[in-house]
Design a binder for this molecule. Structure first.
Ligand SMILES: C[S@@+](CC[C@H](N)C(=O)[O-])C[C@H]1O[C@@H](n2cnc3c(N)ncnc32)[C@H](O)[C@@H]1O
Length: 225
C-alpha cells in the first residue's frame, strides 16, 4: 500500500453506533473494526473501557505521515463532496463544512490515540483477506465503508474471501454500507450472501437508522452456524 493512494476520511464513534445498530450490550463484546482507517471508533470505545482492536493496512505508516496525508487530501475530498453533494442526505450532518468538521475531529481523535493504541496492540497493520487473529477471537467484527462500497475495486471473489475471513475471526459480522460508490446496491451482495449460505454462514439484511449516502439504509449481518 502506498500512502499516496490512501484517502483518509474517518467516521466518528456515534456514526459507527448508528451504522451498526450498536446496543449497550454490544459494547461489552470483544470487537474488531476491520478497515477502521482514521475513524475515532477505537479511541472513543477504548476511553469508555471497552475491548476493541482495529485492523487496517494504513496502520503501517507513522502518525506524522498519516496526518500529512490527511492535511494534503482534505481540500481535495471537500471539493469532491461539494461536487457530489446531491448524492447525500444532509438532514443530520447539515452542510459540507459541518461534515468536514466532524470528519476532521474524528481523525484528530484517532491520531491522538494512534501511537499508544499501536503499543497496546489496538491498531494492527493487517488487511483482508488474511487477518492475523485466531478463530473466533472476537464476538463482533464491524466493517465500515470498505466491503461492498468498493465493488468496482474488489471483485466478487475478493468480497467472498473478505467475508469468509471476518466470519472466521468473529462470531458475528456486520457490514455497512451495502451500496457501492455509485449509490446502487452492490452487484456482489446477492452472490456473496448465497455463497456464504452454502458454507453454513447465515446472513440477513437489517435496517439501520444512520442516514448519509442515499440508498444506504441497511447493514449485512453474518453469523456462522
Ligand atoms: C473509506 S475508508 C473507511 C474508514 C473507516 N472504516 C470509516 O468508516 O470511517 C476505507 C478503509 O479501508 C482500508 N482498507 C483498504 N484495503 C483494505 C483491506 N484489504 N482490508 C482491510 N481494510 C482495507 C483503507 O486503508 C481505509 O482505511
Amino acid at each position: 500500500m502506498e500512502l499516496d493512494h490512501v484517502v483518509p476520511w474517518g467516521r466518528s464513534f456515534e456514526e459507527y453506533q448508528r451504522m451498526f445498530n450498536l446496543a449497550p450490550a454490544d459494547l461489552d463484546k470483544r470487537i474488531l473494526g476491520c478497515g477502521d482507517g482514521s475513524a475515532s471508533f477505537n479511541a472513543t470505545l477504548t476511553a469508555r473501557g471497552c475491548r476493541v482492536v482495529s485492523c487496517d493496512p494504513v496502520y503501517r505508516f507513522s502518525p506524522e505521515a498519516i496526518r500529512r496525508r490527511v492535511d494534503a487530501v482534505y481540500p481535495e475530498i471537500m471539493a469532491k463532496v461539494w461536487a457530489n453533494a446531491s448524492n447525500y442526505l444532509w438532514d443530520e450532518l447539515g452542510t459540507v463544512e459541518q461534515l468536514g468538521e466532524v470528519r476532521m475531529a474524528a481523525m484528530t481523535d484517532f491520531l491522538a490515540d494512534f501511537t499508544e493504541g499501536c503499543e497496546q496492540g489496538r491498531y494492527c497493520d493487517a488487511a483482508l483477506p488474511d487477518l492475523p487473529f485466531e478463530d473466533a477471537a472476537f464476538d463482533l467484527a464491524l466493517c465500515s465503508h470498505y466491503l461492498f462500497l468498493y465493488s468496482d475495486h474488489l471483485d466478487e471473489e475478493g468480497h467472498l474471501q473478505g467475508m469468509r475471513e471476518l466470519c472466521r475471526v468473529a462470531k458475528e459480522v456486520r457490514v455497512f454500507p451495502l451500496v457501492a460508490l455509485d449509490g446502487h446496491h452492490s452487484r456482489h451482495l446477492d452472490a456473496v450472501m448465497a455463497a456464504l449460505a452454502d458454507e453454513g454462514i447465515r446472513t440477513s439484511l437489517e435496517p439501520v437508522d444512520y442516514r448519509f449516502q442515499k440508498g444506504a439504509t441497511e447493514m449485512l449481518v453474518a453469523t456462522r452456524a
